[in-house]
Design a protein around this ligand. Structure first.
Ligand code: ADP
Ligand code: MG
Length: 326
């Protein structure tokens, strides 16, 4: 029912950036190679996501907007080995309960569907011409929940949040070509060729990307890799550190600390590197079902992982010393 969907929306859909995150994650779960994100007015005009993924079959389109009707979890054990970004079946119904949504989708060439749903009410569902993939437009956000609208920050802040989440998703999926356009201006484009350094260059600039060194290591439980900046390329904030576990961007204070520890005394107090850390682990070692937005996770053997990270960074930083200053 619409009320339950709106309550769920309160947990999952805080702001325009949450919608972008949920929709792009759906595109990624649908094996898209290309994801185009087109936004106006910091998400309060329109949020449109076009992907070339699996699409949705005609019979499944209305079901996709029903709560907990996820196609991603078949039996309860799946909850303990989650490989998709979504699994709660809450995003689409939540978004549709607080906005105007038009979704056009096709799983194959000749069976496209268009659905229009606003405030949780289906206004129309009909066959439509569509390329394989999904094209979703969200507008009139929070039209029926004015308290949420009031709670939003300035347009610049909301846009920065959208940009930030797209950056992290692009870093976590170097093999997917992303584009992000805001008010007709292209803000990001990644090649989608699997080259992480090129994604870093697209986000942080080519000069910064050249001043980052690759690192990698593994033990029986974890495999880590990524890029981290020379000790002289630092920022006054931790937010240029991205930690990605099994292609999911997460926040974790202990792992962030492990990166910083790897620099030892090379990093001045209050300065933080630019880093992208990719971690691969068996999904049984991670619990992503802690928070609806899945930003916080619980990791088993976290201490062991911290040591692996700090050690890998320490190693590349020691090699940096061999290069004489010029
Ligand atoms: P969840 O991602 O947790 O399964 P959502 O509410 O985000 O729940 O999506 C519901 C369902 O709609 C998904 O399980 C999937 O089957 C379908 N779906 C949503 N977006 C897409 C997309 N871009 N491409 C293909 N299928 C999609
Ligand atoms: Mg989802």
């Amino acid at each position: 029912d619409v009320l339950a969907d709106q309550i769920a929306a309160g947990e999952v859909i805080e702001r325009p950036a949450s919608i972008v995150k949920e929709l792009v994650e759906n595109s990624l779960d649908a094996h898209s190679n290309r994801i185009d994100i087109i936004v106006t007015q910091s998400g309060l005009g329109q949020i449109r996501i076009i992907d070339d993924g699996d699409g949705i079959l005609p019979d499944d389109v209305e079901i996709a907007f029903k709560r907990h009707a996820t196609s991603k979890i078949a039996d309860p054990h799946d909850l303990f080995r989650i490989k998709t970004l979504g699994f709660r079946g809450e995003a689409l119904p939540s978004i549709a309960s607080v906005a105007d949504v038009v979704l056009t989708t096709a799983a194959d060439d000749d069976r496209g569907t268009m659905i229009h749903i606003k405030g949780g009410e289906i206004l129309s569902t009909k066959p439509a011409a569509a390329r394989p993939g999904t094209d979703i437009t969200v507008s009139d956000l929070f039209f029926n929940t004015p308290a949420r609208l009031k709670y939003l920050k300035s347009p610049q802040t909301e846009l920065a949040q959208i940009s930030d989440i797209i950056d992290r998703l692009a870093l976590a999926h170097a093999d997917v070509a992303f584009s992000f356009t805001h008010n007709e201006k292209e803000l990001l484009r990644t090649p989608g060729n699997g080259n992480l350094q090129q994604v870093i260059a697209a986000i942080y600039g080519i000069t910064n990307a050249r001043k980052m060194v690759p690192f990698s290591d593994e033990d029986p439980d974890f495999s880590i890799s990524g890029y981290t900046s020379f000790p002289e390329i630092t920022r006054s904030s931790r937010q240029y550190i991205s930690i990605i576990i099994n292609h999911r961007y997460i926040r974790n204070f202990q792992l962030t600390k492990a990166i910083i520890q790897g620099y030892g005394s090379k990093l001045m107090i209050g300065r933080y590197p630019l880093s992208v850390l990719l971690i691969e682990l068996d999904p049984v070692l991670i619990d992503v079902n802690v928070h609806p937005a899945k930003k916080e996770v619980r990791i088993s053997k976290e201490g062991q992982l911290q040591q692996l990270i700090a050690g890998a960074i320490r190693k590349v930083m020691a090699q940096q010393n061999l290069i004489p200053d010029v």
